[in-house]
Ligand binder design. Structure first.
Ligand SMILES: [Fe+2]
Ligand SMILES: [Fe+2]
Length: 199
C-alpha cells in the first residue's frame, strides 16, 4: 500500500498536529509555573515539552518521505484539547489526562500501521506511546505532590539543589530559603523517582 493513501498517513498528520499542540500547551503550563516561581518544576515541564517537539520532528520526517520531500498544503481534521489555564495544580492533572489520551491514540495508530504494512512507522508510534505513558506518570506524580503541598517534602533525607546558585542542602524538606543565595523554596530542583527520570 502506498503510504500517502493509507490511514497510517492520516494518523501521522494527526499525531504531528497533536504533538505540536501538546508542546505549546505544556509551554503554557511551564510559563505559569515559572511566573509563580516554581523554577525546578518548570524545568521538568519544559523538558517534556521539548520531548513532544522531538516526537513531532520524527513524525514530520515520515510525512516528508511520503511526499518525497515536497511539502504540500493538506487539510487535517483532528480533535485537540484546549483545557490548561492558570491553575498550577489543576494544569498538572489535565496534562496527565491528555497524555493518557495520546497514548490511546498511538495504541490504535500502531495497530493500523502494523495491519497496513508499515512496521517502521508502527514502531515509532509504539515508542512514542510508551513515552506518553511515562509523561502521564510524571504529571500524575507532580499533581499529587502539588495537591498535597508536598512537592518539597521527602520521606527521607535527600540533597535539595538550588537552581539559582548550585548550593545543595541535605534534609527531608527543602529549606525555606537557599542559605547561599536566598532563593525561595519554590525555585528548588525537584528529583523525580528513578523510573520516571527524564532530565
Ligand atoms: Fe508526544
Ligand atoms: Fe507526552
Amino acid at each position: 500500500m502506498e503510504l500517502k493513501k493509507s490511514k497510517t498517513y492520516e494518523n501521522l498528520k494527526k499525531a504531528f498536529i497533536a504533538e505540536c499542540a501538546a508542546r505549546t500547551r505544556y509551554e503554557f503550563v511551564e510559563y505559569g509555573q515559572r511566573m509563580a516561581g516554581y523554577e525546578g518544576l518548570a524545568t521538568i515541564t519544559d523538558k517534556i515539552a521539548y520531548q513532544e517537539f522531538n516526537h513531532a520532528r520524527m513524525l514530520y520526517t515520515h510525512i516528508e518521505d511520503a511526499n518525497k520531500q515536497t511539502i504540500v498544503n493538506e487539510q487535517i481534521k483532528v480533535d485537540l484539547p484546549f483545557r490548561q489555564k492558570w491553575d498550577l495544580v489543576e494544569n498538572l492533572k489535565l496534562t496527565a489526562e491528555d497524555e493518557e489520551e495520546e497514548a490511546k491514540f498511538y495504541q490504535k495508530a500502531f495497530k493500523i500501521a502494523t495491519e497496513e504494512g508499515f512496521p517502521e512507522i508502527a514502531g515509532l508510534f509504539d515508542m512514542i506511546r510508551k513515552v506518553e505513558l511515562k509523561h502521564k506518570k510524571i504529571f500524575t506524580y507532580l499533581y499529587e505532590k502539588m495537591k498535597d503541598k508536598k512537592l518539597f517534602n521527602s520521606d527521607k533525607e535527600k540533597e535539595w539543589c538550588c537552581p539559582s546558585c548550585g548550593h545543595t542542602v541535605k534534609a527531608s524538606t527543602a529549606p525555606e530559603k537557599c542559605p547561599l543565595c536566598m532563593a525561595k523554596r519554590e525555585t528548588f530542583c525537584i528529583t523525580l523517582p528513578k523510573d520516571l527520570c527524564i532530565l
